[in-house]
Design a protein around this ligand. Structure first.
Ligand SMILES: NC(=O)c1ccc[n+]([C@@H]2O[C@H](COP(=O)([O-])OP(=O)(O)OC[C@H]3O[C@@H](n4cnc5c(N)ncnc54)[C@H](OP(=O)(O)O)[C@@H]3O)[C@@H](O)[C@H]2O)c1
Length: 415
């Protein structure tokens, strides 16, 4: 049983101190959008958002889940219309600083038995993927650790085995931004002739400069969207079959990001033209549109799986802002100024970030918990279903993206 975290006076003070420090150190300014925040603004936000009505709560947060019913988590869930700037990305983390969303993946999966299940975790060589793989293996799952660097994957495996000597862990190489690598991975996995119950599409990257992937398009989009589309499509047959044979609901989880909300600064949500044009590259926008794509993919997979009555769901987890390799690079880019300034700012911000142990909680929650049985096509943060932004819930954009992914993967090169 996971303890309900209480809002303490200490927690309040810590949170206010953190906000004040962050607002001071972190006057973020994106193109055309001021997102700086003063302690005064923070006070006002608290007032505006601390009294949700019951009907608001019912309509927006249809499923207020057991682990995140602290007032702050609810306010966050209700804040979809105000989530159009960088400061929102940190709001979930401030809960971690004192309002109770500091649950870890270990706590969230306590008592869960995965000994009949196999899980693939991409990006398992670092950060959230590494932690997710550790926890799923600890709960008994046969975990396929997927990464580009097999020596690092070996080290992760050793760490897992040191903690859980009985853990069943295999390593497999995969570069999601390369279609041949995805095809080879699936072929190799199928040759193992084992079931597949959980697919955690977690791998991710944040590139400060425009990079072309082997698919001939921008690399973050290739990794977070087209690679995920292809991998999931190719593995779903196995997942559906496993669900049918075992009676265990299959779960596809995609690690999304609240950074997707930054796309509100474009008109279209995803600018497909930009995927082939290094000129005018803006890393925050490029990352954001890839995460809009990731959410739209989950929605489309969910809709198709529901139509087929397959016993497999697809959902998205926002982990919070996490002190990982990627988190650091993202924040570096978001904070303007010379390296020395961003270093100091990062040190100030770091205590407010989630640890990978906390960040992996929502991923593991939707991958394993019975409370989300049958829930599909949804977006979660702090183990709570919340609304993504309008682009990430736009059915026309979803269909356009699906067609784009189909075309690109059948042609074998960027469109
Ligand atoms: N950290 C945050 O604050 C935050 C917030 C919201 C969402 N997320 C999302 O969380 C996920 C995990 O990020 P993290 O914070 O754990 O970052 P991380 O520590 O940098 O880990 C990223 C992982 O993805 C792998 N990866 C990158 N590109 C790949 C590719 N083309 N093919 C296969 N694997 C690839 C990396 O492998 P290599 O070692 O080979 O590069 C690494 O294992 C990402 O999807 C990210 O967008 C993170």
């Amino acid at each position: 049983m996971v303890p309900r975290h209480r809002k303490t006076l200490r927690g309040h003070l810590a949170t206010h101190a953190v906000h004040a420090t962050t607002a001071f150190l972190f006057p973020l300014r994106l193109e055309g959008l001021s997102v700086g925040r003063s302690p005064h603004n923070f006070q006002r936000e608290i007032q505006v958002h601390s009294s949700p009505t019951v009907s608001q709560a019912a309509s927006v947060s249809r499923r207020v889940l057991r682990y995140s019913t602290t007032p702050s988590a609810r306010n966050y869930a209700l804040s979809d219309n105000m989530g159009q700037n960088v400061s929102t990305l940190f709001r979930a983390n401030f809960n971690a600083a004192g309002f109770g969303s500091s649950l870890t993946a270990d706590q969230v999966t306590e008592g869960i038995d995965l000994s009949q299940q196999t899980a693939i975790v991409t990006g398992a060589t670092s950060g959230l993927g590494k932690e997710t793989a550790r926890v799923l293996a600890k709960r008994g799952a046969h975990v396929i650790l997927v990464g580009r660097k097999m020596d690092t994957a070996e080290q992760v495996k050793s760490v897992i085995l040191r903690e859980t000597p009985s853990a069943q862990v295999d390593l497999m190489p995969l570069d999601l931004s390369n279609m041949e690598s995805v095809r080879n991975f699936v072929k190799e996995f199928e040759a193992k002739n084992i079931s597949l119950n959980i697919l955690v599409n977690n791998a991710g990257v944040f590139n400060r400069e425009f990079l072309f992937s082997d698919m001939g398009i921008e690399q973050m989009f290739a990794t977070h969207v087209v690679g995920v589309f292809m991998l999931t499509e190719l593995l779903l047959k196995k997942m559906k079959q496993s669900a049918k044979e075992s009676g265990i609901e299959g779960r596809v989880v995609i690690t999304g990001s609240d950074a997707h909300r930054l796309t509100s600064i474009y008109s279209d949500g995803i600018n497909f033209e930009s995927l082939k044009k290094p000129g005018g590259y803006d890393p925050l926008k490029a990352y954001a549109q890839s995460k809009v794509g990731a959410i739209l993919l989950a929605e489309e997979f969910a809709s198709r799986l529901t139509e087929e009555k397959a016993n497999v769901t697809a959902n998205v987890a926002h982990p919070g802002t996490v002190s990982s390799e990627l988190g650091r690079t993202f924040i570096d880019k978001a904070i303007p100024g010379p390296d020395a300034v961003t270093d100091i700012a990062y040190k100030g911000i770091k205590p407010t970030l989630k640890t990978p142990e906390m960040g992996a909680a929502t991923i593991c929650y939707i991958a394993t918990r019975p409370e989300v049985k049958g829930v599909s096509g949804k977006y979660f943060a702090n183990c709570t279903e919340i609304q993504p932004n309008k682009d990430a819930s736009n059915p026309q954009l979803r269909h356009k993206l699906w067609e784009y992914c189909e075309a690109i993967t059948s042609a074998g090169v960027g469109m």
